[in-house]
Write a protein that binds this ligand. Sequence first.
Ligand code: KE4
Length: 438
Amino acid sequence: MRKTDNKPKKLSTKKSKALFAKAQTLIPGGVNSPVRAFKAVGGDPLFISHAKGSKLTDVDGNSYIDYVLSWGPLILGHAPKKVIEAVTEAAAKGTSYGAPNPYEVTLAELIVKAYPSMDKVRFVNSGTEATMSAIRVARGFTKRDKIIKFEGCYHGHADGLLAKAGSGAATFGVPTSPGVPESYASATITVPFNDQKALKDIIEKEGENIACLILEPVVGNIGCVIPKDGFLEEIRELTQKHGIVLIFDEVMTGFRAAYGGAQELFNIKPDMTCLGKVIGGGLPVGAYGGKREIMSLISPEGPVYQAGTLSGNPVAMAAGIATLNIIRKPGFYEKLNETSKALEYGLNDAAKKANTKVKIYRVGSMMCQYFTDKDVTDLPSAESSDTEKFAGYFRGMLSCGINFPPSKFEAFFLSSAHTKSDIENTIRCSYDILKSMR
Ligand code: KE4
């Protein structure tokens, strides 16, 4: 892997460009997930040849300090030795059995132990499957149809969740994507995040028709938006009072904000939790869990149907177990959060010295940097941050060998593989790029 000097340079990306041209003739948009296409930042996506620790190397041999980390899963960095060993050992024993296996039980036990709000957990293959399934179970449990979500929270691409507020504060959803029937979206009520009044009004009005309220306790899909003091407590109280199942979508915050997720950090006990990303150690794993009386409704124990060919896949489970066995060790989060804090402070300092207005928000080792001088507390304030500036900064940092997420609406992440010199190089590059943008 060519050592990067993290100085701005014109990247040679000939091979990536050729691959992207070919990929676009075979795969919609040339990517298997839209955000990877660089549409929000301009330019063509880089095709990655290999990765190790905190570094990515593209097919043209350029290497980058990586803060995307596969959108959150790689809390140990790329290809950690113990995870690769566990995956290799599991794969040599067969890649899938279509039958229960010991790995599922081990990972389930680790998760239930880490999340006291969960009596039981069911594995699926993505965060989307986890949230989609949790909502179905909540509807089965309450025999109600409507759901509440918050503007800007992303819970995967299940039809009913691709809904946004119509006009006004809290309204029945309208589809955000063609292909989603009005009838699906209209069962989804959308409320502005951090707006306690709008939430209270809609629950007082519709409470008895609402099956569940699902939210990202820290919103990682409009950047990184932190709940205002009392907001999560208010949500817990209102949902309790009206028999609404409270679902914490911790696909991103689970084992990231803290080992026990945002629910540990903010000391709130949801009725159900969705997980993903970190628990698969980079392999496709999602999970949903909750109280026994809710989880007992799931087939074959109960009547609510949910299934999956590769759910509980032994190789994916092995990657998750190896990951959790490392991050649950004492001191892991303290060290990771120290590194993350150093980056947060350094980026703030670089922006100040470059006389650039930014707002940086961090929870644990997930964070984001908005180009704005206004506080960001919800979707509109996140949207009002400078998109063009973000795109220019993204491209500049990439030219220095620093890989941030290619959208201002994404959080970025650190891993235990990020070194002191990675952080120092990133901060220096940030100052250089911001200064060059003045
Ligand atoms: P997946 O279906 O992508 O595994 O998970 C959906 C999901 C659910 N809930 C939360 C809070 C999530 O952040 C996600 C997926 N996150 C995005 C990144 N912001 C995945 C990246 C992508 O879509 O390519």
